[in-house]
Design a protein around this ligand. Structure first.
Ligand SMILES: Nc1ncnc2c1ncn2[C@@H]1O[C@H](COP(=O)(O)OP(=O)(O)OP(=O)(O)O)[C@@H](O)[C@H]1O
Length: 269
């Protein structure tokens, strides 16, 4: 099953000099139980690119994503999207949850249309929009199935279709492929890249996988151990103009994976 997107669009990237779409300035997050997750995060997220947050387990990646999503208020500091301070969730940001957060009692069609339903979009219109994205993620024919009738990869596609249906500029994905096997993970990575070449979204991904980060990202943001700060930023610049297996053997890809691993392993000791 593939997203029906022409391979020639793979690797298309937007202008490099666009102003950042998200600006995180001096963000600190101290939870009520006294845990300080983030300690002065400054970060610009480039528009129309895929940025990955990578760091040791428990360093605060999800916390940072939730703050950008407006689901958590930072203790100090600010987040601005298109120059406007974030004070809560907004229509320009869509979060794809790790567990897909699909409604078990609703069909794929209703799930994908759900964000539009919440916004009061008329049934016929929202179902037409949902059907388009269901097609785009390769789930045609499964419109009337329920989440428990889908595989993990298909649920992930449904979650992605739902995020695309609300037409947010920014897609935020927390460990998007962690619940599927390695084969499906690679397939979904390819499909995501192909889809993004057409949809031109800004994407922020949290992952534990260095290989995934380097493979997918225009920009990798490495966070330090908790309380975390931005410890390094790398732009892998992997051109997706050769077959995936060849990219994974490519010197540039392997060197970038090694470099990031060298930086990350200091936090594991
Ligand atoms: N609601 C909460 N209340 C208190 N502490 C929390 C809360 N949510 C997260 N934490 C703590 O904040 C720290 C950062 O958590 P977070 O989930 O953001 O890290 P992460 O880097 O995404 O973790 P992982 O890599 O394990 O998924 C952890 O120590 C976690 O226990």
């Amino acid at each position: 099953m593939a997203f029906p997107v022409p391979a020639s669009t793979l690797g298309a990237s937007p202008a490099a000099d666009a102003p950042p779409i998200v600006r995180v300035a001096g963000v600190t997050m101290r939870y009520a139980n006294g845990v300080t997750a983030l300690d002065g995060i400054d970060l610009d997220v480039p528009r129309g690119k895929l940025t990955t947050l990578l760091g040791p387990s428990g360093c605060g990646k999800t916390t940072l994503l939730k703050i950008i999503a407006g689901l958590l208020r930072p203790t100090t500091g600010t987040v601005a999207v298109n120059g406007t301070p974030v004070i809560g969730p907004g229509p320009e940001r869509a979060l794809v949850f790790q567990d897909f957060a699909l409604l078990p009692w609703a069909t794929v069609l209703r799930n994908v249309a759900f964000g539009l339903e919440l916004r009061g979009v008329a049934k016929s219109e929202r179902e037409a929009i949902a059907a388009k994205y269901i097609r785009e993620v390769g789930l045609s024919g499964f419109e009337n199935q329920y989440p428990n009738q889908l595989s993990g990869g298909m649920r992930q596609r449904a979650g992605l279709a739902r995020a695309l249906a609300v037409d947010a500029e920014i897609l935020m994905m927390d460990e998007p492929f962690s619940a599927v096997d390695e084969q499906m993970r690679r397939k979904l990575q390819e499909d995501l890249l192909a889809l993004l070449a057409v949809e031109k979204k800004t994407v922020i991904v949290v992952t534990h996988s260095i290989e995934e980060a380097v493979y997918l990202s225009d920009r990798v943001v490495l966070l330090s151990r908790r309380p975390s700060r931005v410890s390094a930023i790398r732009d892998p610049g992997i051109a997706h103009d050769m077959p995936p297996d060849q990219i994974r053997r490519d010197r540039r890809y392997l060197d970038t994976v090694d470099e990031i691993w060298d930086m990350l392993k200091q936090y594991l000791q």
